[in-house]
Structures are given as structure tokens and as C-alpha cells.
Write a protein that binds this ligand. Structure first.
Ligand code: ADP
Length: 200
């Protein structure tokens, strides 16, 4: 296949296939797309889940706002255009990992249905598993692990999800409720949901 400029040639029909890589790793790769308010527990649960999976011999990659925004997306801000570009790059990166057979766990607030739909379209529906870390706003605000709610209440952060910008809960996601539960319990619950999808 040739691009319009005539300078890019696809090698996808020549390189090792995803299936061969999945066979090597003895797993089926998917993208877990964790959505939820800031402080809901996306990253904390993802880390615990990744540890459980590692112990069972699964190869994973965890992507979150900190490793993405401090690296590949450090030139992006929070305008609508930049948020869209942020998600587009994250989704494209996830696709590369999935094509390499790696189970990819993404932790991004991704507050709107449109943003998650964009990610789903890039990654492909078959490989996209949406997970809603469902924690009431009051609890997230009490936890406030990064002090962001305090700043948002003082008006120091504009368009902060849950305070001054909306969060649209997904309708068709794996739902993990965290209120009154230990992190380990939430991670185990999520692991049980995804085990049938990743094989072994
Ligand atoms: P997010 O990635 O969604 O912004 P974080 O994982 O950074 O959220 O922060 C969640 C905070 O809530 C952490 O300080 C974590 O220790 C705490 N927490 C308390 N209970 C739970 C639970 N059951 N699941 C996840 N996090 C929890």
C-alpha cells in the first residue's frame, strides 16, 4: 500500500503478526480503558491489578496521565483541541501495544462519551474494554490524593471534572464501585471480569 505522497510503504503484511506475538506470550491482548473522576481510584486499582496479572504471568503496560503528559504529550494543554489530540495519541499508542500482544491498562478521566467513543474507534471495538471506576464525587473530594479538588474549589483550576466540568458516566462498561472497599478487593473484582477475555 502506498500513501498519497508516495513515500510511505506499509509493511504490515510482512511483519510478525499480533497472533504470533500473543501465542508467544500465551495471552490475548486487550485495552482496559479506565474512566472515572479524579481520585476515583483508576491508577491505584490499575497498579494493583497489574501486579496480580504479573504474578500470573501476563505481560501488561499501564498508561496514565502522568507518564503520558510528562512524555509524548508534554506539548499538549487542556483546550478542546489538545484534549482530543491527547486521547488520539493515547489510543494510537495503545493500539501499538495491543498489536504487540501486550494487555494495556489506560487510566484517564476521559470524562465524555465522545472522547471514549473516539478512543474505541481508534483501538477497535473488539479490543476495547471500558471500565468505570465508580466513586461518588464526595468520596473523591475527601480523598483528594493530589490536592486538586481543593484547588478546583478555590477556582485555581478551571474546567475541573466533577466540579466545574461534567462527567458523563458510561452506560455499557464494567463497573467497579470503590466506596467502602479495599483496593485489593476492587482489583480482584476487576481481574475476575477480564480473565475470560485475556486467556491463558
Ligand atoms: P485516579 O487515578 O482515579 O485519579 P488515584 O488512584 O490517583 O485516582 O487515587 C485514588 C485514591 O483513593 C488513592 O489515594 C487510594 O489510596 C484511595 N482509595 C481508597 N480506597 C480505594 C479503593 N477501594 N480503590 C481505589 N483507591 C482507593
Amino acid at each position: 500500500m502506498k500513501d498519497e505522497g508516495g513515500n510511505i510503504y506499509s509493511v504490515f503484511d510482512e511483519i510478525l503478526s499480533r497472533k504470533e506475538k500473543e501465542e508467544l506470550l500465551k495471552q490475548h491482548s486487550i485495552v482496559l480503558w479506565m474512566t472515572g473522576l479524579s481520585g476515583s481510584g483508576k491508577t491505584t486499582i490499575a497498579k494493583a491489578l497489574e501486579r496480580l496479572m504479573h504474578e500470573d504471568g501476563y505481560l501488561t503496560e499501564l498508561l496514565d496521565g502522568d507518564n503520558i503528559r510528562s512524555g509524548i504529550n508534554k506539548n499538549l494543554g487542556f483546550s478542546d483541541e489538545d484534549r482530543t489530540e491527547n486521547i488520539r495519541r493515547i489510543a494510537e499508542i495503545s493500539k501499538l501495544f495491543v498489536n504487540c500482544g501486550v494487555i494495556t491498562i489506560n487510566c484517564f478521566v476521559s470524562p465524555t462519551k465522545a472522547i471514549r467513543q473516539q478512543a474505541k474507534e481508534i483501538i477497535g471495538e473488539a479490543d476495547f474494554v471500558e471500565v468505570f471506576i465508580d466513586t461518588p464525587l464526595e468520596i473523591c473530594e475527601q480523598r483528594d490524593p493530589k490536592g486538586l479538588y481543593k484547588k478546583a474549589r478555590k477556582g485555581e483550576i478551571k474546567d475541573f471534572t466533577g466540579i466545574s466540568a461534567p462527567f458523563e458516566a458510561p452506560e455499557d462498561a464494567v463497573v467497579i464501585k470503590t466506596e467502602g472497599k479495599e483496593v485489593a478487593e476492587c482489583a480482584k473484582e476487576l481481574y475476575e471480569h477480564i480473565l475470560p477475555k485475556i486467556g491463558k
